[in-house]
Design a protein around this ligand. Structure first.
Ligand code: TPP
Ligand code: SF4
Ligand code: MG
Length: 285
């Protein structure tokens, strides 16, 4: 395939300067590359939650499912189980997946299902205009915390490592080449992959200068070493004023959930028949 055009006619309503543009451009470029390398466009399915991040699926001309707040992961998992040949990419916010949908994220990591989760971690509720989230720092002043947030933030990378995620990475919305590199590897990874993107929200929590002074690309880090990954993930706790490592923290090739799950099932035709029977039970009359 020579010509790939993933653009849509949807009007883009993100604020000028929003870090979501970099995520959009990076993912479009990576998927275009993957399509040109022989992956059919119809094999990609995008899933989003609710928030500014979620609008991304309106701007990419691929099959997509705009789900509910906090429910990107279960929708993505269901699509994968129904058709394991598909490549599923979930786009979620820090409120969406680290707050309301956290339990889904942890269990998806635990079962190592082959989906890729890209978290637009702006550390604030963008769409609902500036409330704190599980990754907002202590003392963060926003619409719901006018006297300052009293809680310490989660470190999502540590949580993901502890839950069994087999690909864990962090990018920055103002480093598009690194984003492209990480996204491509995350999508190609067989198993659960998560990319936490430090996404600048210019309107409600502009961390551009803060991040720019602190981020650095990890070099010489052994991605296969779990202990080293945990140590690196702890280097910055989403609160302290330390340097912030970017790149791939951890990667491990383990059997993906859907393979062992489907092996234990009967053939595709039997499954269809089974589903038909279940649905018949719900038929009225
Ligand atoms: C079940 C449910 N709970 C809450 C909301 C309200 N709501 C919509 S978007 C949002 C926060 C979005 O924040 P985040 O996930 O960080 O996305 P961002 O807008 O920052 O990209 C909330 C609380 C909702 N729509 N549905
Ligand atoms: S509110 Fe923040 S996250 Fe939402 S579009 Fe504007 S800059 Fe981006
Ligand atoms: Mg957010």
């Amino acid at each position: 395939m020579n010509q790939v055009n993933l653009g849509t006619h949807a009007k883009n309503t993100w604020c000028i300067g929003c870090g979501n543009f970099a995520i959009l451009n990076a993912i479009k470029s990576v998927i275009t590359e993957l399509i040109k390398e022989g992956n059919p466009a119809e094999n990609f399915v995008l899933v989003s939650g609710i928030g500014c991040h979620a609008k991304i699926v309106d701007y990419i001309n691929l099959n997509s499912f705009y789900s509910l707040h906090g429910r990107v992961v279960p929708v993505a998992e269901a699509i994968k189980i129904a058709n394991p040949t598909l490549k599923i990419i979930g786009f979620s916010g820090d409120g969406d997946s680290y707050g309301e949908g956290l339990e889904h994220l942890l269990f998806a990591a635990k079962r190592n299902i082959d989906i890729t989760m890209i978290i637009h971690n702006n550390r604030v509720y963008g769409l609902t205009t500036g409330q704190f989230t599980p990754t907002s720092p202590k003392d963060f002043k926003g619409r719901s915390t006018p006297y300052g947030n009293k809680e310490m933030p989660f470190n999502p990378l540590e949580l993901m490592l502890a839950s069994g995620a087999t690909f864990v990475a962090r990018g920055f919305s103002h480093g598009i080449d690194l984003l492209k590199n990480i996204f491509k590897q995350a999508i190609s990874h067989k198993g659960f992959s998560i990319v936490d993107v430090l996404q600048v929200c210019v309107t409600f929590y502009n961390m551009y200068s803060y991040y720019s002074q602190r981020v650095y690309l990890m070099e010489g880090h052994n991605e296969q070493d779990f202990e080293a990954a945990v140590k690196k993930a702890r280097e910055w706790d989403y609160n302290s004023d330390t340097k912030i490592p970017l790149g791939i923290f951890y990667r491990n090739d383990l059997p993906a959930f859907e393979d062992s799950f489907l092996k234990s099932q009967k053939s595709g035709i039997d499954r269809k028949e089974k589903i038909k029977k279940i649905l018949e039970n719900y038929t009225i009359g």
